[in-house]
Ligand binder design. Structure first.
Ligand code: SF4
Length: 1021
């Protein structure tokens, strides 16, 4: 039966009527049957797992048939929320609640499929044949294109003609195994979903605070007095997390929402104001000016915990939209002038009176003096009065007994200046003293269930696990790599925790190469690939489009729908020699060669790419851990086997690796050394377990570890799991694949599997649920919740304090546990200054203070400096620049977003979600509808300079037309979610329209602001 929306409701109503009748006892015969019937789920096995969609990480209970015995095949028949889970407390949103449909989707692939060059069909093949063929193709390409040494003779071990995209819902253990295999082969073009979504979070937060993760967590939100939602719509995209916002409101908090659309989050806001897409820095810069002009800052906090008092070099400057040091030809800056003045000892010069004209505080004041309320209105279209009302509410948290928390997601991240959008809020939260405080912080709401974990594990072309950096070819040996990362403290007595980088790095190399990493061979450093640039997703597809990439592997990733400019993506995939898709579902990427009429019109015969679809497990069939947005690593258990011949990602990666290893052992080839020497000490080499891999991530002692404070005492015996990263050494006596995960699996057992949901402090800490990296700290930078001498700033906001000999309180101190406050070490322990950075030195590519730049396609000239329209340092390739449209051809601003009923391109495989939101549509304002003669339900064509889509129009008050710089700006809202695979009606996908340009720091694409034209093409049907 075709399940239309109407049928769905009819069915639901019938089912409900039956249930209600039974429950109320209507009809004695029926009631007797009900009474005699056992509880339907009583005979099932309950298995704890985690929702596979967004990274709120809600707990789910999977009910499967049978009792788990070896001779019984389990089938999952019911999914419900886990009432014990401290974040979700039994709730699931429309996506999570219908995961049974995902598990049993009819579009799940159950056997390996192969598409020959030029063919118009997939054919089932045997696993052995498929894996042999893929290994053969990989080896052939690697042997032909491997770069052992660069032109200067430096060993670089690089294989850059094959790329790999990691998934966003695979477990941490899968991610680690994938990393090992890919890097041992020399793959540099290794990236994951984070590059498409939250890359700017790490790039924007770390330069301020030292780490790039969500700071506080969902259960902390009710501690806030003000919640600002800007750059996101958590009521729809992080629905269960949003219930903590509702709880904050019931406790008296005020909710601010700023968004181009009146969203579901906005519908419960105390203040909502609209904003033109891509103008958030102008808005937030205006807030900074307001706080400074009205003296609404936390003075002592700012003076002691930020770099406000630090002096900046005389050569630093900003003029007409550009900072000092710009090279227009290279589209990049010489950032040497963006730094502090140092004294003879190498410490930063400071002026604690904040009077020096070149102290950060005064430079910041000067920089944002242009961001008047009038300029905010002119640029953003936000009415001045509404803007000032928001400023006043934000300013109400400048006293340290009140806090504001910021919730954002891709509405800030997916811009050509995404990292700077986020950084602007960092400045505000530092000025208000809201960092490290309960109910404060900046909460980066990660979009995918384990995109945080994949980021932690460095599945990004320039990263290694634990936020260590991939070596570049300018660093031929380990000493040269470590030299630039020594991070000597910039003020006396600072922890500057990255000083331990060498311990993390050597311990990592010991995990990677095992006994093959010795002091004599530089711990195997030479075997790592060395970068000659960043191979982010945009560059990967650019290389493909130029015919410079031959093979590509997508593990749980669907780039045909997720990478901008679908025409370019299709053309690029068509130039590949081979493509491997590892996915539980039939995805658009694995079928990119197939003609689907107007929504995907390709000529299969012309596409010579050999395509493999390897069917994999999904979350419900998997054991392992995933890390939610709040850095909480949660273990989950498998409730059933993957269907048909589908296999585990870990097994597929292992088998491919072992095949390649055999081939190199037998036949030789390009640089087999890293392959042969990769540590692979698993009981079953072809199927390492999640436990083995998580233990490896945590790390262990390789020799007895004496206590540095008392050498007679042994901290950990050889072979024992480490307790924390504090035990790591750089002498080869410890191994740890991901230092930030140290503590996750200790001698006490699997800390990520802990399920104690108690919260003794009542602060929403839940410290014995799972394991939060680093060191099980739930609120980052929590030392800042206390005064410099260690007392809580306010009793209402106390978190940790100094008791005379150690720090104690509700949370694990993000600080030395016995570090006396008299030493004056700052609370931002990863930064060599010890303080939060209002001025980011040379850590951001487009400037040390965020500046407003227009989106690359914008309906107006930049009101601040029309001659520097857009981010001068963003990721931009020549051909893509030529594909930009002008506002004359494409007069309307456009933005993309998610709906509560769908998760990206996954839930269109689920009947329930499809019934709720069956087909592609766009939202337009009443004003635009009137101008263009469009009625709700009409078919419209939306065009950008890169492509088109045909969709239903929804004419709505939710999208307002705004007045910017004297021009009426109409915005077109384009939800994601539709494509040509699955059970939903076919659609074009938003990336048919979006531009191929990326953030300057993370290269995340600009999905949230571009130009389109709209016309009516037919009546409602
Ligand atoms: S999609 Fe997110 S909010 Fe919804 S149930 Fe899953 S984890 Fe929870």
């Amino acid at each position: 039966m075709e399940l239309s929306r109407r049928n769905f409701f009819r069915m639901s109503a019938t089912a409900m009527a039956g249930t209600t009748a039974g429950a109320l006892g209507f009809g004695s015969a029926h009631a007797a049957t009900v009474a005699a019937r056992p509880y339907r789920l009583s005979a099932t096995t309950e298995t704890r797992n985690t929702c596979t969609y967004c990274s709120v990480g809600c707990g789910v209970i999977l009910h499967s048939t049978g009792d788990g015995s070896g001779n019984v095949k389990a089938q999952i028949i019911h999914v419900e929320g886990d009432p014990d889970h401290p974040i979700s407390r039994g709730s699931l949103c429309p996506k999570g609640a219908s995961q049974l449909d995902f598990i049993n989707a009819e579009t799940r692939v159950t056997q390996p499929l192969y598409r020959a060059p030029g063919s118009s069909e997939f054919k089932p093949v045997a696993w052995e044949w498929a894996l042999e063929r893929i290994a053969h193709l990989m080896k052939e390409d690697r042997d032909r294109n491997f770069i052992a040494d660069n032109a200067a003779g430096v060993p670089v071990n690089r294989w850059n003609t094959v790329g790999f995209l990691g998934g966003s819902a695979t477990s941490n253990e899968t991610a680690w195994l994938t990393w090992k295999v890919a890097r041992a082969l020399g793959i540099v073009a290794l990236d994951n979903q984070a590059r498409i979504c939250h890359g700017p979070s790490v790039a924007g937060l770390a330069p301020a605070f030292g780490r790039g993760a969500m700071t506080n967590g969902f259960t902390d939100i009710p501690n806030a007095d003000v919640v600002i939602v800007m750059g996101g719509n958590p009521a729809e995209a992080h629905t269960v997390g949003f219930k903590w916002v509702v709880e904050a409101k019931t406790r008296g908090a005020k909710l601010i929402v700023v968004d181009p659309r009146f969203t579901r989050s906005a519908s419960v806001a105390d203040i909502y104001q609209p904003i033109r897409p891509g103008t958030d820095i102008a808005f937030l810069g205006g807030v900074i000016k307001y706080l400074l002009d009205n003296d609404k800052i936390a003075h002592e906090y700012v003076r002691r915990y930020t770099n406000a008092a630090y002096l900046v070099k005389e050569e630093y400057g900003f003029k007409d939209g550009l900072f000092s040091g710009y090279d227009a030809e290279k589209r990049s800056y010489d950032r040497s002038s963006w730094d502090y003045e140092l004294d003879e000892q190498g410490y930063v010069k400071v002026d604690e009176t904040l009077r020096h004209p070149r102290c950060v505080f005064n430079l910041m004041k000067e920089h944002y003096s242009r961001y008047t309320p009038e300029m905010v209105e002119r640029t953003c279209g936000t009415p001045k009065d509404g803007f000032l009302e928001i400023c006043a509410l934000i300013a109400s948290t400048s006293g340290l007994d009140r806090t504001m928390t910021s919730l954002y997601s891709l509405g800030w991240a997916q811009h050509s200046k995404g990292a700077q959008n986020i950084r602007t809020m960092s400045l505000i939260q530092l000025l208000l003293g809201n960092m490290g405080m309960p109910g404060g912080g900046i909460n980066a709401l990660r979009g995918h269930s384990n995109v945080q974990g994949l980021t932690d594990l460095g599945v990004l072309s320039n990263m290694m696990p634990g936020y260590l950096q991939m070596p570049s070819e300018a660093e031929p040996d380990l000493a040269s790599h470590l030299k630039t990362r020594a991070f000597k403290p910039l003020r006396p007595n600072q922890m500057s925790y990255w000083q331990n980088y060498n311990k993390f790095y050597v311990s990592f190399l010991k995990s990677m190469w095992g006994a093959n990493a010795t002091a004599d061979n530089d711990w195997g450093y030479a075997m790592l690939p060395k970068l000659d640039g960043i191979y982010d997703v945009l560059r990967q597809f650019e290389l493909m489009s130029q015919g410079k990439m031959n093979g590509y592997i997508c593990q749980g990733f669907n780039p045909l729908m997720s990478v901008p400019n679908r025409a370019k993506v299709t053309a690029s995939l068509s130039k590949l020699k081979w493509l491997v898709v590892m996915d539980p579902l039939a995805t658009e990427t694995s079928r990119f060669w197939e003609n689907h009429g107007d929504v995907h019109d390709v000529d299969s015969a012309q596409i010579q790419t050999e395509v493999f679809h390897l069917p994999t497990n999904l979350f419900a069939e998997d054991e392992g851990s995933i890390s939610n947005s709040a850095r909480i690593i949660q273990w989950h258990w498998s409730a059933a086997q993957p269907p048909g011949d589908a296999r585990y990602d870990i097994e597929i990666m292992s088998e491919l690796f072992l095949k390649l290893k055999d081939m190199y052992a037998k036949d030789g080839g390009a640089n087999p050394e890293p392959i042969m020497k990769l540590s692979w000490a698993y009981k079953r080499p072809e199927a390492p377990t999640a436990e083995e891999l998580m233990r490896e991530l945590n790390g262990k002692a390789l020799a007895d570890l004496p206590d540095p404070a008392d050498p007679a005492r042994v901290l950990r015996k050889a072979g024992e799991q480490l307790d924390s990263f504090a035990q790591l050494r750089d002498d080869g006596t410890t191994a740890s694949a991901c230092w930030v995960y140290a503590g996750a699996w200790t001698e006490k057992g699997n800390m990520t599997a802990r399920r104690d949901n108690s919260d003794p402090s009542g602060r929403g800490i839940h410290g014995n649920w799972g394991f939060a990296w680093p060191a099980n700290r739930r609120i980052l930078y929590n030392r800042a919740s206390a005064t410099p001498d260690g007392k809580a700033w306010s009793r209402k906001k106390s978190l940790i304090s100094w008791n005379g000999s150690r720090w104690s309180g509700a949370d694990v101190p993000d600080y030395g546990a016995t570090l006396d406050p008299a030493k004056d070490a700052g609370p931002f322990i990863m930064n060599p200054e010890g303080v939060g950075r209002l001025f980011s030195r040379g850590l951001m590519n487009e400037g040390p203070f965020p500046e407003h730049y227009e989106p690359f396609e914008s309906p107006v000239a930049n009101p601040f400096h029309p001659e520097v329209q857009s981010n001068p340092a963003s990721r931009l390739f020549k051909a893509d620049k030529e594909a930009f449209g002008t506002s004359e051809q494409f007069p309307y601003a456009a933005t993309t977003y998610r709906l509560v009923e769908h998760f990206h391109y996954w839930t269109k495989h689920q009947k329930l979600n499809t019934a709720l939101q069956p087909e592609e549509f766009v939202e337009i304002s009443e004003g635009l509808a009137k101008e263009k003669g469009i009625d709700s339900g009409d078919w419209v064509e939306v065009r950008s300079n890169r492509g088109r889509m045909k969709a239903k129009a929804v004419v709505t008050k939710r999208v307002r037309s705004l007045n910017c710089d004297g021009k009426v700006i109409h915005t077109v809202g384009i939800p994601l979610h539709w494509g040509f695979m699955g059970v939903a009606a076919k659609g074009y996908g938003a990336n048919a329209l979006t531009p191929f340009v990326g953030d300057a720091n993370s290269h995340t694409p600009e999905f949230k602001a571009f130009l389109v034209d709209v016309k009516r093409v037919g009546p409602a049907v």
